[in-house]
Ligand binder design. Structure first.
Ligand SMILES: Cc1cc2nc3c(=O)[nH]c(=O)nc-3n(C[C@H](O)[C@H](O)[C@H](O)COP(=O)(O)OP(=O)(O)OC[C@H]3O[C@@H](n4cnc5c(N)ncnc54)[C@H](O)[C@@H]3O)c2cc1C
Length: 296
């Protein structure tokens, strides 16, 4: 046994039984991700894959769309169009089960009955697939979304957290949300990911931090979790071990099928230049190169 796979935990995680459309209709989720940039979308991939019902609420353009050509994100030797990259990340989030809602979160408050003191007797927590929500978010022109956990990844807006008492640092015109190093804010159940937590202003850092924060959240929830790994058939079981929660073993036929599908999907994505025009800083509204500001 190596030191990176030393578990004896059994049973695998289960996805929420509730179809995405019904969760959307009731507006009640395990995880609300505020902000659909690199950090938030990556966090949603991990929480959704762990079986936590997840919604990403995003307003406006992720900042990476202003980039002219993304050349330092691992895995793209010649770089990638940042719009294409963001589209693919969004599709990955959806494919893994996260819902997506367009709208601005204006306030998050405690659900009535939640005293902010952590678990209450009789309160069913995330992973039990039901139960009272801890937080309610107002989404402009959309309505309310309720959730057990919030991931704030909404660079550069933290104002909707003010009512909860989350500790936020003012730095000139910017506001950064404090965390414990793993994404937990000063309010239990509320996490922060990406640039909003003053991590470095790079896409790979935002992605890595989104993943790290999501895994922190999963560990804090009731969902049994080890690693999100896809392993070859027998990797665990041929050594007399259960497949740990969050992991999956696939045989050679399945591996080849997934590989072929990924090749077809990527060929489609990379078959044509991205149709979106270049975006630039919102202050450059009359840009003579015809590039678009954020709100156009
Ligand atoms: C011109 C430019 C070029 C860049 N080039 C590179 C590069 O080459 N390589 C690199 O590594 N990095 C680059 N970056 C930086 C990189 O894009 C960012 O560091 C990273 O994308 C930040 O991701 P994030 O998810 O933390 O924030 P964001 O991408 O900003 O995501 C936050 C999202 O939340 C939304 N939002 C905000 N408030 C709310 C609200 N109240 N409710 C709902 N949604 C809300 C925002 O509109 C946005 O969509 C570049 C940045 C710029 C501006």
């Amino acid at each position: 046994m190596t030191d990176d796979d030393d578990t004896t935990t059994e049973a695998s995680t289960e996805s929420s039984d509730e179809p995405a459309s019904e969760r959307h209709a009731t507006g009640r989720y395990d995880v609300l991700v505020v902000g659909g940039g690199v950090a938030g979308l990556t966090a949603s991939v991990f929480t959704a894959r762990a079986g936590l019902s997840t919604v990403v609420v995003n307003d406006g353009e992720p900042i990476v769309r202003r980039n002219a050509h993304l050349e330092n994100f691992p895995g793209f030797p010649a770089g990638v169009n940042s719009n294409l990259f963001t589209d693919m990340l969004g599709a990955q989030s959806t494919r893994n089960g996260a819902d997506h809602v367009e709208g601005r979160v204006t306030e998050i408050r405690r659900a009535s009955g939640d005293d902010g003191e952590g678990d209450r007797e009789g309160d069913e927590r995330a992973g039990d697939d039901s139960g009272a929500s801890r937080f309610v978010a107002d989404v402009e022109d959309v309505g309310e979304v309720a959730a057990q956990y919030v991931v704030a990844s909404s660079w550069a807006d933290a104002d909707y957290l003010d009512g909860l008492g989350v500790e936020i640092r003012d730095a000139g015109s910017k506001r950064y949300v404090d965390d414990d190093g793993l994404g937990r804010t000063t309010v239990e159940g509320v996490y922060v990911a990406g640039r909003l937590s003053e991590r470095y202003h790079q896409a790979i850092v935002a992605a890595g931090h989104g993943a790290e924060v999501a895994i922190t959240l999963i560990h804090d929830s009731e969902v049994p979790y080890y690693h999100d790994w896809v392993a070859p058939e027998g990797y665990f079981t041929d050594r007399g071990r259960e497949v740990p929660p969050g992991c999956e073993e696939i045989d050679e036929t399945e591996r080849r099928a997934r590989e072929r599908e990924s090749m077809a999907v990527m060929q489609e994505y990379f078959s044509e230049p991205h149709p979106e025009r270049q975006r630039t800083h919102p202050s450059l509204v009359d840009d003579e190169l015809g590039r678009l500001a954020d709100d156009e």
